[in-house]
Design a protein around this ligand. Structure first.
Ligand code: FAD
Length: 346
């Protein structure tokens, strides 16, 4: 078996790592985008999300694979991208407070509370006190740093093809694929939000969401936990933090915008006494499926051509489990879960 992986964002990286663990020969082709979802993301695995604090889909199962995979990747790459973290979330409205209090009565949510789950008065920013709830069982993975380190690791092993994959250069043969004079038995597309414009899997119903983020620095920022007031502040070490979000549905283009920067700059400068330094401003498009479940499976005409995509807003938690699920399907012929199999759209 010799596999070509197209795209090395979080999805392609995790597929490549699964192939590596199974000792399957493969190469990864990626042009190296700075404005990709992975490069813009905070990499949070959040057990309860949204206005109603709903437990994330399959969270307990996904978390086991998260806790197994990222520490191993850290070890392989000699980095520290993975952390177990606590989230402090401000209850901004009475409705939010009621929604949360309903959850505190539900045994399925108990493992995610700090203490008894009741809101606690806290002050994370000078002169700013509010009621926060503590959420445990969260994880933070610096996925931008992780994919960059993995890229270098692939390069050192001569497994990285640093260019833009062009379908016109792919020849489909009876026993596989020919790409740049090399024969591959399988090809796995992990191109993120790009294939909904062109490509073999363009028929899949993507509903993408552009987002943006800032990496900021303030000497006053010393927090170890994640704090969410209006927006998330996610520690990055060395007095730096990530902030961002935004959901621009079916946006054209991946460029960072001045409107976003101004809104977030105003927000963070109001939290700190001195102006905050902005180190990076990035944008990326989250590859979302219309039903918010990942896209896994085989092309209807070419069975050894596969897709791993649609990680949407939760790639960090979905990625490790479903990369393993797809690679097992290829190597051991295990069945794909119906919820994620692209056959659901035929
Ligand atoms: C602002 C923001 C915040 C986010 N925060 C979180 C979070 O806290 N937690 C979480 O779980 N998720 C978060 N996400 C979502 C997460 O980033 C995605 O789920 C995940 O990164 C998707 O990874 P991907 O590899 O599928 O796509 P991408 O990261 O877009 O990667 C696709 C890769 O394919 C490559 N590629 C595409 N076409 C070609 C080609 N023709 N040739 C060669 N290479 C190609 C690109 O160069 C790119 O590297 C966030 C996203 C954004 C935008």
């Amino acid at each position: 078996m010799n596999v070509l992986v197209v795209g090395q964002g979080l999805a392609g990286t995790l597929i490549s790592y699964e192939l590596f663990q199974k000792k399957i020969h493969h190469k990864v082709v990626d042009k190296g985008l700075t404005n990709s979802a992975t490069m813009a993301a905070a990499g949070i695995c959040n057990p309860v999300t949204g206005r109603n604090f709903v437990k994330s889909w399959m969270y307990d199962i996904l978390l086991k694979k998260v806790d197994e995979t990222y520490p191993k990747l850290d070890q392989l790459l000699s980095i520290q991208a993975f952390k177990k973290v606590k989230i402090w979330r401000k209850l901004t409205t009475i409705k939010a407070e009621n929604a949360w209090l309903n959850r505190t009565d539900d045994p399925a949510y108990k493992t995610f509370f700090e203490g008894n789950g009741l809101p606690i008065k806290k002050s994370f920013f000078t002169g700013y006190e509010a009621h926060y709830i503590g959420i445990v069982g969260a994880r933070q993975v610096q996925i931008s740093g992780l994919v960059q380190a993995y890229r270098q690791w692939l390069k050192n092993r001569s497994q990285l093809i640093e260019h833009s994959f062009d379908e016109l250069e792919l020849e489909i043969k009876p026993d596989g694929f020919l790409y740049l004079n090399e024969h591959f038995s399988h090809i796995i597309f992990c191109q993120g939000a790009i294939p909904n414009k062109s490509g073999y899997f363009s028929y899949l119903p993507f509903k993408n969401a552009k987002g943006q983020s800032l990496i900021c620095k303030s000497p006053l920022y010393m927090e170890k936990d994640l704090v969410k007031n209006q927006f998330f502040l996610v520690p990055q070490g060395d007095h730096q933090f990530w902030t961002g979000g935004e959901y621009e549905w079916n946006a054209e283009g991946t460029n960072p915008t001045e409107v976003f920067r101004q809104e977030y700059e105003t927000y963070i400068n109001a939290l700190f006494e001195d102006p905050v330094e902005i180190i990076h401003h990035r944008a990326g498009v989250r590859p979302c499926a219309i039903d918010r479940r990942p896209f896994l499976g085989r092309h209807p005409l070419h069975s050894n051509m596969l897709i791993f995509n649609g990680l949407g807003t939760k790639g960090t938690s979905l990625g490790p489990y479903f990369a393993n699920h797809l690679v097992n399907h290829i190597t051991e012929n295990t069945a794909l879960m119906e919820d994620v199999n692209i056959l659901r759209f035929q």
